[in-house]
Write a protein that binds this ligand. Structure first.
Ligand code: 5GP
Ligand code: ZN
Length: 109
């Protein structure tokens, strides 16, 4: 079982920000911005490339709710999903990084 499935199952502790029947948002263990939240479907999906349009349609309002809940919906944020090896994906369970809480620098590397 992947580490994010273990988080969903409660086998690995997490710092939950927001939760619904189908999605979970929790703080990244190694934050790269003042706010760094990971947003995942509870059901295992490998990556963005294979997610269904139906799941993304459900996930979109959940992501927007997370931004509102942590108070960065007005100030702004960056939403990233690393997809596959060249995208730098390390955990093979679909997740969106929500980064904010400061004016972010765009790194072109
Ligand atoms: P990726 O590189 O796959 O896009 O991002 C994986 C993210 O998961 C990284 O930002 C990493 O810090 C985070 N991460 C890895 N293991 C854990 C964990 O056990 N708990 C939490 N909260 N975050 C984790
Ligand atoms: Zn998983």
């Amino acid at each position: 079982m992947c580490i994010f499935c273990k988080i969903v199952n409660g086998e690995i502790p997490n710092n939950t920000v927001h939760e619904s029947d189908h999605f979970l948002a929790f703080h990244d263990l190694y934050p790269k911005a003042p706010v760094h939240i990971l947003i995942i479907p509870k059901q295992h999906v490998d990556c963005f490339q294979v997610v269904s349009p139906e799941m993304m349609a459900d996930m979109t309002p959940f992501i927007q709710e997370v931004a509102t809940k942590v108070g960065i919906d007005q100030s702004g944020y960056r939403l990233i999903t690393n997809n596959g090896a060249d995208g730098g994906q390390e955990v093979n369970h679909l997740h969106f990084h929500m980064l904010g809480g400061a004016k972010l620098v765009w790194d072109h590397s």
